[in-house]
Write a protein of this length. Structure first.
Length: 389
C-alpha cells in the first residue's frame, strides 16, 4: 500500500487524482486531503477514501468541516499551518495541487519528510524553484512534473543525456481568444476568459491560459525543472492541444509527446512512475484528427511571454515577484477592477518597481525571503491598480 496525500483535493487536479486512486483502492492508503471553501466535497471525499485527516485552508470553516465529518473518525483541521502539518505527515507520494503560491510551504514540508512530490502547483516552482530543488536534494526526495507539458518533456527525456538536449518546446493552445483580434481583448469578460477550448481546468489557470500567463509561468517552470538556459526554451502555438511538448536533440531529432488533453495522463504517469500502467485515457485516432498545426506566438499579442524572458534573465527572487504580481492582477481582473489586457501592464509595472529597488530581488532564496517578496509584490500590484483608477 502506498500512502498518499492530496493538497488541493477539491480542485480540478485533486479530483482527477482521486478518480485515479479510487480505481485501485487496494494499492493506496490516503493520509490527508486538503481543500479550501468546498467543505462538502472535502468531507465526502475524505469519507469515501478513508483519509486520516481532512484540512480546510479557512479557519472560519472548521466547524462546518467537523460537522460534515461527524461520526467518521476522520480528524478535521483548518488553516495554512494545518495544511503544512498535514503535508508533513509521513506519506510516500504527495500531490501538490493547491492553486497559487499558497502551495509552496506544504510542498516544502512534503519534501522534508522525504515524500515524492507530484507537482502541479507551478506557482511554487516559479516563485522558489531553487529552494524546492535544494530541499528535495537535501532530503533525498523527488519532484515529478504533473503539468502536461513538463510531464511530456520528462517522458521524452527518459534514457537521454541532458548534454544531448538542445531545445525544449512547450506548446500552447492559445486559450479562449486565440482567434480574436487584439482590439477586442480589452473588453472580454471574466466569464469569456474562464472557458478553455480544449482543457477542463480550474478558473484561474483557464484565465491564465487565455492571457498566456500560464505559458509564461511554464517557461520558468521548465527552466527550474530541467535546469535549462532560457534560450533553450521555446513556445509554439498548437491549437489542437495534442502535442504537449517536444525535446530537440543534438542530432536534429525532435521527440514529441502526443496525447489527448486529459490531465489524468500526466497525473497517472507521476503516480505510477517509474512504471507505466494502464490509465482511463482515450486513445487518439490520428487518422480521424488528420492535421496538427503549429505557429509561432505573436510577441505583440502576448506580453506575458516577453515578461517571462525578462524574469528568467534576472533570476533571484524575480520569479516570486512575477508570480505574486500575476496572482494579484488576476484577482483584480476577476473582481472586475481591471480589464483583461491590463493584467500584463500591472505585472510589468510591479516588476519594474521592485526590481529597481537595490538588492531586493537579489537576496538569497529562502521561504522567508520568498514570502516577504510575495507580500511586497501583492501590495505593489494593489497600488498600481489603485493608481490606474
Ligand atoms: P482549482 O482552482 O480547481 O483547485 C485549487 C485547489 O486549491 C482547490 O482544492 C482549492 O480549494 C484549493 N485552494 C485554493 N486556494 C487555496 C489556499 N489559499 N490555500 C490552500 N488551498 C487552496 O485549480 P486546478 O486544480 O485547476 O489547479 C491546481 C494547480 O495545478 C494550479 O497550480 C494549476 O496551475 C496547476 N495545473 C492545473 C491544471 C489543470 O488541468 N487544472 C493543469 C496543469 C497545472 P476549494 O476549491 O475547496 O476552495
Ligand atoms: Mg500546462
Amino acid at each position: 500500500m502506498r500512502r498518499i496525500t492530496i493538497l488541493g483535493a477539491t480542485g480540478s487536479i485533486g479530483q482527477s487524482t482521486l478518480d485515479l486512486i479510487a480505481r485501485e483502492p487496494d494499492l493506496f492508503e490516503v493520509v490527508a486531503l486538503t481543500g479550501g471553501r468546498n467543505i462538502e466535497r472535502l468531507a465526502s471525499d475524505a469519507r469515501v477514501c478513508g483519509a486520516q485527516i481532512a484540512v480546510t485552508a479557512h479557519d472560519d470553516l472548521l466547524d462546518d468541516l467537523r460537522a460534515a465529518l461527524a461520526g467518521s473518525g476522520i480528524e478535521a483541521a483548518a488553516g495554512a499551518e494545518a495544511i503544512s502539518e498535514a503535508a508533513a505527515r509521513p506519506a510516500d507520494w504527495v500531490m501538490s495541487a493547491i492553486v497559487g503560491a499558497a502551495g509552496l510551504p506544504p510542498g516544502l514540508k512534503a519534501l522534508e519528510q522525504g515524500a515524492t512530490l507530484a507537482l502541479a502547483n507551478k506557482e511554487s516552482l516559479v516563485a522558489a524553484g531553487p529552494l524546492l530543488m535544494e530541499t528535495a536534494a537535501r532530503h533525498d526526495a523527488r519532484i515529478l512534473p504533473v503539468d502536461s507539458e513538463h510531464s511530456a518533456v520528462f517522458q521524452a527525456l527518459t534514457g537521454e543525456s541532458m548534454d544531448a538536449v538542445r531545445r525544449v518546446i512547450i506548446t500552447a493552445s492559445g486559450g479562449a481568444f486565440r482567434d480574436w483580434p487584439r482590439e477586442r481583448l480589452a473588453n472580454v469578460t471574466v466569464e469569456q476568459a474562464s472557458t478553455h477550448p480544449n482543457w477542463a481546468m480550474g478558473q484561474r489557470i483557464t484565465i491564465d491560459s487565455a492571457s498566456m500567463f500560464n505559458k509564461a509561468l511554464e517557461m520558468i517552470e521548465a527552466r527550474e525543472f530541467f535546469d535549462l538556459v532560457p534560450e533553450q526554451i521555446e513556445v509554439l502555438v498548437h491549437p489542437e492541444s495534442l502535442v504537449h511538448a517536444l525535446v530537440g536533440f543534438c542530432d536534429g531529432a525532435l521527440m514529441a509527446h502526443v496525447g489527448p488533453p486529459d490531465m489524468r495522463h500526466a497525473i497517472g504517469y507521476a503516480l505510477n512512475w517509474p512504471e507505466r500502467r494502464a490509465l482511463p485515457v482515450a486513445a487518439l485516432d490520428l487518422a480521424a484528427i488528420g492535421t496538427l498545426s503549429f505557429s509561432a506566438p505573436d510577441a505583440g499579442r502576448y506580453p506575458a511571454l516577453r515578461l517571462a524572458r525578462e524574469v528568467m534573465a534576472k533570476r533571484g527572487l524575480a520569479g516570486a515577484v512575477f508570480n505574486a504580481a500575476k496572482e494579484r492582477a488576476l484577482d483584480h481582473f476577476i473582481a472586475g477592477r481591471i480589464g483583461f489586457l491590463a493584467m500584463s501592464d500591472v505585472v510589468e509595472e510591479v516588476l519594474t518597481r521592485l526590481c529597481a529597488e537595490k538588492g531586493l530581488v537579489d537576496a538569497a532564496i529562502s521561504l522567508d525571503s520568498v514570502t516577504h517578496l510575495d507580500h511586497l509584490s501583492r501590495r505593489c500590484a494593489d497600488r498600481v491598480v489603485k493608481e490606474q483608477d
